[in-house]
Design a protein around this ligand. Sequence first.
Ligand code: ADP
Length: 389
Amino acid sequence: MEILPTKILLVEDDEEDYILLKKVLAKIPNARYELLWETSYRSGLACMLKGQHDLCLLDYWLGVQNGIDLIKAARRRGYRLPIVLLTGASTGEIDIQALQAGADDYIAKEELQGVLLHRVIRYAIERKKAEHEQEKLLSERIASKELEKRRSEFISMVVHELKTPLTSLKGYAQLMHKRFALAGDEQLARLAERMDMQVNKLNELISDFQDMTRIEAGRLQFRESYFSFDELVEEIVEDLQLTSQQQQLVREGKAEKMIWGDRMRLGQVITNLLTNAMKYAPASNRIVVRTRADADTITLHVQDFGPGIPAELRTKIFDPFYRIEGTEMRAVPGLGLGLYIAAEIVKRHQGSIWVESEDGQGATFSFTLPLNRKQTMVSQEQVVEQQAR
Ligand code: ADP
């Protein structure tokens, strides 16, 4: 294969130097160089800006102006090719000035010999290529961040636009329920109640979606306080028990500990595990909610006696949007975000979440939270204050 010549633009007002350089380049083994020559600052700059070469070699002395001015002028005008400055022995610190002005390297005329020149040219070209690659990667990264930002702003807006009419709908449904109940129309009152429940489901789906976008944008915020873990579990179990007569939520054990964390978010985790057990194990009459604590941790288990989770999917179900395929499962509404959000909340409390399951024998979802996470940072006064709230 024929090697394409490397095109060098020389800006040099001394013809003898041009001839010398031409000879040096011609003698370099295994390389082909083509030398373009410009003799003045002005014509050199014009030729540089056309960009039809691979590297520019500049002499420091160019009549009234010098090579450093030319480097600066070219770089100011967006010249992106490598520049090597030819310096003389008596030119003091111009090598440093040249690099500061935007040159890629320099070489003293006295040292002009084939091997060194060849190396300087090759390195300057390769370094510039690598620099451009880096710049390209960086600007691609900035562009994708920008896109990501716009996407998340758009999603926030959509979520807001969806939630606003739902809040009104919920208000109307509740009002209708009240009015129909007062008027003694039980059938319509029941319909209005169902409408309210459907609105709640929609709200939950949107909230999960909103939480997911917050997690992705690193904007899921926590409002932490010191609270009784047992009380929180008790509240949730009581509330959810009201939604099912067929499934018994059985409480076992007690933590008897206060914990530092986001009560609402940890409640969301417990609710998710319990509602999943109720949704995905509808035939399970019993769902056991077990809590225990030791000196350092609190652990909660939610055990159902439903279809369980196949071994190979036990980590996958914590991925966003992952839902187990299956005819029974398909009928259950969901986005596959609940466990992902739960895992993130537990992780942010420095805890861990996992599932144990025997295929067809039910599943036990558990999470453990450290008790001493922030205790050292909470003063006794704060504890009393939090408890009093
Ligand atoms: P969603 O309930 O919205 O689908 P989750 O992230 O909470 O999302 O759950 C992910 C998937 O894990 C569910 O779609 C379901 O297939 C499976 N799953 C969760 N909990 C259980 C359970 N207790 N028993 C069987 N499968 C479950």
